[in-house]
Ligand binder design. Sequence first.
Ligand code: FAD
Ligand code: MLT
Ligand code: ZN
Length: 456
Amino acid sequence: MTPDALVASLREIVGETHCLTDPALCASYETDWTRRFHGEALAVARPGSTDEVARVLVACADAGIGVVPQGGNTGLVGGSVPRGGEVVLSLLRLNEIEEVDRVAGEVTVGAGATLAAVQAAARGAGWEVGVDLGARDSATIGGMVATNAGGVNVVRHGAMRSQLIGFEAVRVDGTVLRRLPGMPKDNTGYDLGELLAGSEGTLAVITRIRLRLVPPLRHRAVCVIGLADAHAAVAAASELRRTLGSVMALELFTDAGLELITRHTAARAPFAGRTPVYLLVEVASDDDDPTDGLLAAVDAIGVGEGSAAVATDAAGRHRLWQMRERHTEVINAEGVPHKLDVSVPAARYAELVERSPQVVAAVDPDARTIVYGHVGDGNLHVNVLGPEPDDHRTDDAVLELVLELGGSVSAEHGIGVAKVAWLVRDRGTETVAAMRAIKAAWDPAGILNPGVLFDA
Ligand code: FAD
Ligand code: MLT
Ligand code: ZN
């Protein structure tokens, strides 16, 4: 089948209005959130049902044309946009949210439902979603499973894989795999849903997800503490986790990031004095208000006079969260960032915070490095501003340091196209060969997301 014949067939499957080829209409599907990654699509197909997804995949496979599954296009490693000539398969129309199963505390949603919409539905039924992240208004549940997204509550509830209790997905030959509703105990052979979590669109297209929900917690408090350095932040985070059973989030940022927040947004610094490093902690519990315990624990850490801000009301908590959550946006406002999402063992975290700007400066003295991250998970986001999008020298310097410190080159964003060269370095040839064997069994012709995880 020629590319033109494929487009005609896609129009027939999804309908004229849901098969886009006009460059102006395709543009937002072709560039990623950071603007670092871009490619032109043959077409953008927006199926409205699982059956249409299956028919699109069969048509693309017949034509030998690659397919790039896309949800909210908030991914940060270039895996959600075309490399050139593929069909973008947008799942946004599969956004149905079924009635929450109040008895089980579970909900089945379409892959294209946004996290915010699912959070609202869960709250309406007296439950909560266990994962939360700053891109909640656009990121989809399908994309979050495909990347095994982490976010700010991993210390309490785990990443997306831990919320997954059932799934529906379409293989490249059009076969539909379905295990809905899920059951907490289900040892019936390979767990294919778990395999799809973190597969980044390379094995199958996820069409529906059943999520395990978590109980809502009525009492919450957020505290931002100013500290002298990353060593103090790691020690404080560890102590808070050890002494408080109520920790929901443990986040780190630096004064360089706070300076950008106050320059680009209306947000004000948490307190008058400035310190090199800040630790944000959120606690939550249902029975007792955890605020007193938090204040006592912060006191025991020995924070300097005037270097802590606490909020218990929703507006105050939101104000403090802005300091951390808006880093992604303000860094984008400064330029096209190189985003290096990595993790290291807790004992090496402070060293990573301190050395990453140094290794960047060694290869590009004009580059600016801003770090922040989920310190409770050993996850740091190293953002480099300055180098051209395809200049990999600073990326390589940071990832080399991460491996030296015994860490992982991707903590929560995935490999995408950005870190393909680093997968073997991180996981070793045997493991990557085993991964390739799975890919070959599921997608022998390499139709699904070519160039992601492995070289195309
Ligand atoms: P997309 O970006 O559209 O796609 C991501 C990957 O999943 C691609 O490889 C794509 O091919 C694949 N994919 C998408 N949908 C499907 C599907 N239905 N079936 C199969 N494959 C699919 N990430 C975190 O982990 N933690 C954070 O705290 C976090 N915060 C963020 C904050 C901001 C402001 C932004 C912009 C991003 C943030 N991210 C974070 C990154 C991003 O939101 C996550 O990676 C998210 O999971 C992507 O969801 P999406 O729907 O946008 O997927
Ligand atoms: C975050 O934690 O803010 C996100 O993972 C996005 C980012 O790395 O900027
Ligand atoms: Zn993050």
